[in-house]
Structures are given as structure tokens and as C-alpha cells.
Design a protein. Structure first.
Length: 217
């Protein structure tokens, strides 16, 4: 992360296309029957624990077993392969795309992911902060906790075996946490976003600028 952030370029990108496009694919082989059409609005999972499924998108039938695939996010069906309705499809084939309008919080999170140093999960596994790091977070909050290369920062739990994970990346404070303890994180997905202490004012400027820009829109 450089000391200069091109706010105008970053904000212009989000202003011109303030959406996230989520492709929904067939989870396995089978015959597909669409429930929605292009242009339909869909809802994300709801309820206190997200226990209410999102809008049904399509059903896929294999060996007389039918499974309904639900929307993971709210938005509009912007693209759909209607020609596949009633057809046999392969696992992983794209069925439709949901265009999700980004909220201000999501835009800030997206920009932060561009300007922070993101430390990725080395393997698909469950992660926890090391006891030392967790203790410091509990006492002072994550943004008061600094990490440097070589620090034992996480415990990775995989196949009932716990392994220490050592931080490698820019020295700085833990600005953002992207995982929940005990919930599996796919390999390569960020665990934390780290910001050099001298760059925190720039990060605050990003957040302030985005809030001002979007409140004015």
C-alpha cells in the first residue's frame, strides 16, 4: 500500500458500477428447472440466524432427488441461461447472475480490501487467533494490536489437528477481521487486513470520503 491513495479513481469505479455480480452455478449434475426469470428481484437469507432461505432460484434433479438452490444475496437476476430450463447440466455450470446493489458499508469494505495488506488462509480450515493475540484484542481492540512478520498470529484447525500459523506480510495494526472463529475459511480468502500505523489516517480519510460521497448522492 503506497502513501498515496487515488481516491477519485477508486470512488469513480464504485460510482459508475455500484454493484456486486454473483454467479450462481449448478452444485452437481442434474436436470434444471428455473423458478425465476431475468429481471426478477430476489431476497437474501433472513431471520436472526439466516435460517430463512433466500428466494428459490432453480431446482436441480438427480436420480429423482430434487434440490432447490436459493439466493445467497439480495438483488436482481441480471442474466439467466433460460435455454437450459429442463435440460441436463454439468456440475459447476453457470445458471444465472444476481446483481447486488452495494450498500455504503460494503463499498467501504471493498475499498479497504484494495488498500489494506490482506493475509490469506493458507489452507481451507477453521482459524482462531493465537492466545496472545486474542488476549490483546480482548483488552484493547483489534486496531490497537500490531503484527509483524514471524509473529504466531493464528491457530489453524484441520482434521482435528491444530497448527500454528505465522504472519508474513506488512508490519502494522489489525484493521479488519474477515473470519469468525471456528467457521471454515476457504484457502486464499483473507483472514485479516493489516494497515501500517502511519497509514491509519489515510484509511480514516477513505472512510470519511466514502460516507460523504454516498450521503451526497
Amino acid at each position: 500500500m503506497s502513501n498515496e491513495i487515488d481516491f477519485d479513481e477508486i470512488l469513480a469505479k464504485y460510482r459508475s458500477d455500484p454493484y456486486n455480480y454473483v454467479d450462481i452455478c449448478a452444485p452437481h449434475t442434474g436436470v434444471v428447472n428455473f423458478i425465476v426469470e431475468r429481471g426478477n428481484g430476489v431476497d437474501a437469507p433472513g431471520g436472526e440466524w439466516n435460517h430463512i432461505p433466500g428466494t428459490g432460484l432453480f431446482a436441480i434433479t438427480r436420480e429423482n432427488n430434487q434440490k432447490t438452490i436459493h439466493a445467497p444475496i439480495a438483488g436482481i437476476v441480471s442474466e439467466i441461461k433460460a435455454e437450459l430450463d429442463g435440460e441436463f447440466v454439468e456440475a459447476g455450470e453457470k445458471m444465472l447472475t444476481i446483481r447486488h446493489p452495494l450498500k455504503k458499508k460494503e463499498i467501504i469494505e471493498g475499498i479497504l480490501k484494495e488498500v489494506l495488506y490482506l493475509f490469506p488462509a493458507p489452507e481451507t480450515a477453521k482459524f482462531f487467533f493465537s492466545m496472545d493475540i486474542q488476549s490483546r484484542i480482548d483488552k484493547k481492540g483489534a486496531r490497537s494490536v500490531s503484527v509483524k512478520p514471524g509473529d504466531e498470529t493464528f491457530t489453524m484447525s484441520l482434521m482435528k489437528r491444530d497448527t500454528p500459523v505465522y504472519y508474513s506480510g506488512e508490519e502494522g495494526v489489525i484493521h479488519s477481521i474477515y473470519f469468525k472463529p471456528g467457521i471454515s475459511v476457504p484457502q486464499g480468502e483473507p483472514l485479516i487486513g493489516v494497515c501500517g500505523a502511519d497509514k491509519l489516517p489515510l484509511i480514516r480519510k477513505v472512510i470519511t470520503r466514502v460516507k460523504a460521497e454516498w450521503d451526497a448522492m
